[in-house]
Design a protein. Structure first.
Length: 382
């Protein structure tokens, strides 16, 4: 099968995250299985406009804001007649491929999460209000008539509020490190936070919760792993017992996560919450805010969800930590998620089953398009 995936970032992008890891893990397996796979994403400084990565082709053009327009232009110049299915991977803004794929190729959307409350953490007040209450609802209502794949029940439920009815939940994936850290838990009660120091991750809530919990557990300490624009301000205001490691290597991250007794996660919302899965695979349970995405991953990883406020997080921390000090938490295979081989196979089956030929496009269009665009094969290098 010939598959085109549209995503506003690829794994080389400086802001790449869990959605890009998901994409890369799935596409390399599809390519290995013999499918012809192309990923279209935004341009990245220092990266070529086109290259082969793990058996699939990456084409890059446009910026964070113009990649949607460039994807449509690339399709019109080079894409028609070359693909059987187009996957519109949506990260806040859909490509709306179902509206402009016009040669009989089938389309399906893949949605990791909706933005909603995150607008108020990532944009000035007026822009945030416009984004949350005007732009995003408009984008998602346009997408609602297309078949959609969602990576969690929370994302499915969020999409339903915008009118989507044809939504299939597909699994999240994770593979434990090939070599797990052989370390003992710390003798001193220790919590860990791992994520970017940005507003919507709410790292200050974690610090506040630990400060409150120290009234009951005076020697409690907190490791804060991750960089970001809030790092310096958090460091300046943090109380005793909080250590900031900044951005660290995977080996250091895994070592600290494995040595901690509990992992804390406080995002406004997530598509899933891959860091929760990662911690569980290393034998560290999570206490997370009961918000979309985090509730899915935390429950799957046998963790605990609490109301989204530092006081509730502190209370549960005080209750859970004594048990974790005396009774180890078993490491979970795949951290409560699924192996990537299973994810890739399940997602491919869902794409084949749910993808839909755009309305008004007939089979004859496909034949004409393929005849008329044979000379555009060089577009893969555009």
């Amino acid at each position: 099968m010939r598959i085109l995936v549209l995503n506003w970032r690829d794994l080389t992008h400086p802001a790449a995250g869990g959605a890009e890891v998901y994409t890369e893990q799935v596409l390399r397996r599809w390519a290995r299985a013999g499918h012809e796979v192309t990923l279209f994403a935004a341009a990245v400084a220092g990266q070529p406009a086109a290259e082969i990565v793990d058996g699939y082709r990456v084409v890059r053009a446009g910026s964070r804001f113009t990649v949607y327009r460039e994807a449509r232009r690339w399709w019109q110049r080079y894409g028609r007649g070359r693909f059987d299915v187009v996957v519109d991977e949506t990260n806040t803004v859909p490509f709306h491929a179902h509206e402009w794929v016009d040669d009989g190729a089938r389309t399906v959307a893949l949605v990791h999460q909706t933005c909603e409350e995150i607008w108020h953490h990532n944009a000035p007040p007026l822009a945030a209000h416009l984004g949350r209450y005007v732009l995003e609802p408009r984008w998602l209502r346009r997408l609602a008539g297309s078949p959609i794949l969602a990576v969690s029940d929370s994302t499915r439920d969020a999409l339903a509020r915008f009118g989507a009815r044809d939504v299939t939940v597909v699994p999240e994936g994770y593979e434990s490190p090939a070599v797990l850290p052989e370390v003992a838990k710390e003798e001193q009660p220790t919590a860990v936070f791992c994520g970017r120091m940005v507003s919507y991750k709410r790292p200050w809530d974690v610090i506040q919760a630990v400060r409150l919990a120290r009234r009951e557990i005076p020697d409690l300490r907190l490791w804060m792993i991750g960089g970001g624009p809030m790092l310096a301000k958090l460091q300046a205001a943090a109380p005793e017992g909080v250590e900031f490691l900044g951005r660290v290597s995977e080996a250091v991250k895994h070592d600290r996560m494995a040595r901690a007794h509990v992992h804390l996660s406080t995002s406004v919302r997530e598509g899933w919450g891959l860091v929760v899965t990662e911690a569980a695979a290393l034998g560290t349970p999570t206490i997370a805010y009961d918000v979309p995405g985090l509730r899915d991953s935390t429950r799957a990883a046998r963790g605990v969800v609490v109301p989204p406020e530092p006081q509730a997080l502190a209370r549960r921390l005080g209750e859970l930590l004594p048990a974790r000090l005396s009774e180890p938490f078993p490491a979970l295979p795949h951290g409560g998620a699924h192996g990537w081989d299973e994810v890739a196979a399940t997602l491919l089956a869902a794409v084949e089953q749910r993808a839909r030929v755009p309305q008004g496009v007939h089979a004859s269009t496909v034949v004409k398009s393929r005849r008329g665009h044979k000379n555009q094969l060089r577009g893969a290098d555009a």
